[in-house]
Design a protein around this ligand. Structure first.
Ligand code: E4P
Length: 231
């Protein structure tokens, strides 16, 4: 499963990427607006940080002509950009044209299986079902994800499923169990994936025991014995 970070914050992106398990970034107009910087410049800065990773940047037009214009421009900024387009009829019309031009499109704001079926037929590169926002209105987002995975497998669609709006580690675990290709995580959820209280407690125990026996253990590490030695 690939991990994308769902943020436009450069500090979070730098910190996440330094851990070596981030495969890309998703942004949306809300996340970008929060950073208060020129859109193109900001997205290119993100591309520089994630190097080979994919960067998703979203259009804001809602008519086919406008979406096509913005999508072509955004896609031309950097080879690693995937253009996000909302799941509206004008967006699907634009998707059908852009996919034939070889522009990679992520269809966003997907909340039902029929929507996911349509965008796969129209050639989406990614489909983004929003699990957390469905949970927010008392509809189980994971049920939607399961339906999409089943349909895509039945027809061998090449569209990759990007589980979005993930709110907690169990969303990530369940999405991984279903074989979702990608999960996009807010930085806070990404951090939570690393944590377990038994890991912290266990580590503290090891360090305390080591410290207690320090005198008898001697200088077993080269770096401790010879601080100036070449590494
Ligand atoms: C995905 O690409 C979206 O940016 C995102 O997952 C939306 O999540 P939210 O419901 O936390 O805003």
């Amino acid at each position: 499963m690939k991990f994308f970070l769902d943020t436009a914050n450069l500090e979070e992106i730098r910190r996440g990427v330094s851990l070596g398990v981030v495969d890309g970034i998703t942004t949306n107009p809300t996340l970008v607006a929060r950073e208060k910087r020129p859109f193109r410049e900001h997205i290119l800065e993100i591309c520089k940080i994630v190097k080979d990773g994919v960067v998703n940047a979203e259009v804001v037009s809602t008519d086919t002509e406008g979406i096509l214009r913005e999508a072509r421009e955004i896609a031309g900024w950097h080879p690693n950009i995937v253009v996000k387009i909302p799941m509206i009829p004008d967006g699907v019309r634009a998707l059908s044209i852009l996919s034939k031009e070889g522009i990679r499109v992520n269809i966003t704001l997907v909340f039902s299986a029929p929507q996911a079926l349509i965008v796969a037929k129209a050639g989406a590169y990614f489909v983004s079902p929003f699990l957390g926002r469905l949970d927010d209105i008392s509809i189980d987002g994971l049920v939607l994800l399961r339906e999409i995975m089943e349909i895509y497998r039945a027809y061998n669609f090449s569209t990759q499923v990007l589980a979005a709006s993930l709110r907690h580690p169990m969303h990530v675990v369940e999405a991984a169990r279903m074989g979702a290709h990608i999960g996009t995580l807010p930085y806070k959820v990404f951090e939570q994936l690393f944590k377990h209280p038994l890991t912290d407690r266990g580590l503290q125990g090891f360090l305390d025991d080591w410290e207690k026996a320090r005198e008898t253990l001697g200088p077993i590490f080269q770096s401790a014995a010879a601080p100036n030695a070449r590494r």
